[in-house]
Write a protein that binds this ligand. Structure first.
Ligand code: ADP
Length: 439
């Protein structure tokens, strides 16, 4: 019930009128003294009733929000009921606001990027867990602190205070070595700011790899190209003076360099096809005996009788995958074994079935071997233990990178065991799903 102001006045007037009437009645019955006393008593009790309600109201106001409003009579009853409704609405609204705030906070926490809410003085109001991890902050401890007291890198302080936020700032936080962050300030509201942080370490690593790759490819192509153009220039300048056998030697050397460039480009195209091709390789049934025989023939051709090439092939069975990719991976391992084994050495190519239904292809040589510290990096593009030796033997530095790609696509793994001076064993393990038994 809403207490209308007019009804309050009417009620007050009625109460005063009742007191006056009681006074007049007492006057008429018992004389003027009693009349005045009765009117005063009525008015005093009216005043006491109001004081009592006022005291209840004051007490209620001091109690926590949500406490039931006191009971009242007359106009007070309506006033208390209205207050009760208002208090309940305020409590509901507060609850709604805190639920909405909590929802925003949870959304902020779920963001993959870091978020720091800053006030106009760059003091921290709130931050999510990602930002805490990125910037080495703690919400409970650092709330209210000036951000530049905690993130002190000079370039960050300049960025935050400079006010030019069109471009993000790339920061390597001192507290977190190895981490690269892209920080972007977004002003909003009245001088408030959102600081967004994103971990771009992986992107930066990829960008460095891309730059190194381009530099490596350019370098690998430039060297033979310089040799070829040098020979051609010499031949053009002094074709008449050079004896024919000397000219032929130059041309042969130039052809060797051209072949080297061709091999490099072929390997680059293979790598790029592996990287950009379909996610899964073809699911061909490649007969193992046939595949291994071809790989052994390749090794014999490359060795030209300088090595003993042994083959321990299974009677039957097939591999499930891309024939061309598997041939390229096996061929690279076998080719390396021949190229890094001095003449007279032995290369053993074998297939073994595993107890779990899987199988492994291995190439063992008794060649120059590899020192342990190089093993983890051998599958990186252009990584070579001995640059000169790799080039001499026609290597591009991409063979094992191609092998690794092919194996990843076939869910296979590469194991390398090697002893400098005694030889190496490269083994590819295939999961059972890829190994089909002979039928
Ligand atoms: P490359 O074309 O130089 O042979 P790879 O990627 O095939 O490139 O091999 C990387 C490096 O690994 C080679 O440069 C070589 O130093 C080393 N390596 C690979 N296979 C053998 C092996 N069987 N014996 C000794 N070293 C090897």
């Amino acid at each position: 019930m809403r207490p209308a102001a007019s009804s309050v006045w009417l009620e007050a007037l009625a109460a005063v009128a009742a007191c006056v009437f009681a006074g007049l009645l007492a006057w008429a019955v018992a004389g003027p003294g009693w009349g005045i006393a009765a009117a005063c008593a009525g008015l005093i009790s009216l005043l006491l009733m109001h004081l009592l309600h006022l005291a209840r109201l004051v007490r209620w106001l001091s109690l926590p929000v949500g406490t039931t409003v006191p009971a009242g009579v007359g106009a007070w009853e309506g006033a208390f009921a209205a207050l009760h409704r208002r208090a309940r609405r305020a409590a509901e609204r507060q609850l709604e606001l805190s639920v909405a705030l909590e929802r925003f906070r949870s959304a902020g926490q779920a963001l993959p990027d870091g978020v720091v809410v800053l006030d106009g003085h760059h003091d921290i109001e709130w931050l999510n867990a990602t930002a805490a991890g990125h910037l080495g902050l703690t919400l409970d401890q650092d709330r209210g602190s000036h951000l530049t007291n905690l993130v002190r890198e000079p370039e960050f302080v300049r960025y935050l205070e400079g006010g030019q936020y069109a471009e993000p700032l790339v920061l390597h936080p001192g507290r977190n070595p190895g981490l690269t962050l892209a920080l972007q300030v977004v002003p909003y509201g009245q001088a408030q700011k959102l600081l967004l942080s994103r971990d771009i370490s992986q992107l930066e690593k990829l960008e460095t790899m891309r730059r190194d790759f381009v530099a490596n490819v350019s370098h690998e192509l430039k060297t033979p190209l310089t040799v070829v153009s040098g020979f051609l220039e010499t031949l053009l300048d002094c074709l008449r003076e050079i004896p024919p056998e000397e000219a032929e030697r130059y041309l042969n050397l130039a052809r060797e360099q051209a072949l080297r460039m061709e091999r490099l480009i072929e390997d680059l195209l293979t790598l790029s096809a592996l990287e950009t091709g379909s996610l899964a390789p073809a699911e061909e049934k490649v007969p193992l005996a046939e595949l291994l025989a071809e790989v052994a023939d390749e090794a014999r051709a490359l060795s030209a009788g300088a090595h003993r090439i042994l083959l321990k092939a299974p009677g039957g069975g097939s591999l499930l995958g891309s024939r061309a990719e598997l041939q390229s991976a096996f061929g690279n391992l076998v080719g390396n074994a021949v190229r890094y084994t001095p003449a007279g050495g032995t290369v053993e190519i074998a297939w073994e079935g595993g107890a779990d239904g899987g199988g492994s292809f291995s190439v063992k040589d008794d060649g120059i071997g590899i020192e342990a510290q190089h093993l983890p990096r051998l599958t990186e593009r252009f990584y070579r233990v001995d640059r000169g030796r790799s080039r001499e033997s026609g290597g591009t530095g991409l063979g094992l990178a191609i092998v690794k790609h092919v194996l990843t696509r076939h869910q296979a793994t590469l194991e390398i065991e090697s002893q400098p001076g005694s030889g190496s064993c490269f083994r590819i393990r295939f999961p059972p799903r890829r190994c089909l038994p002979a039928v």
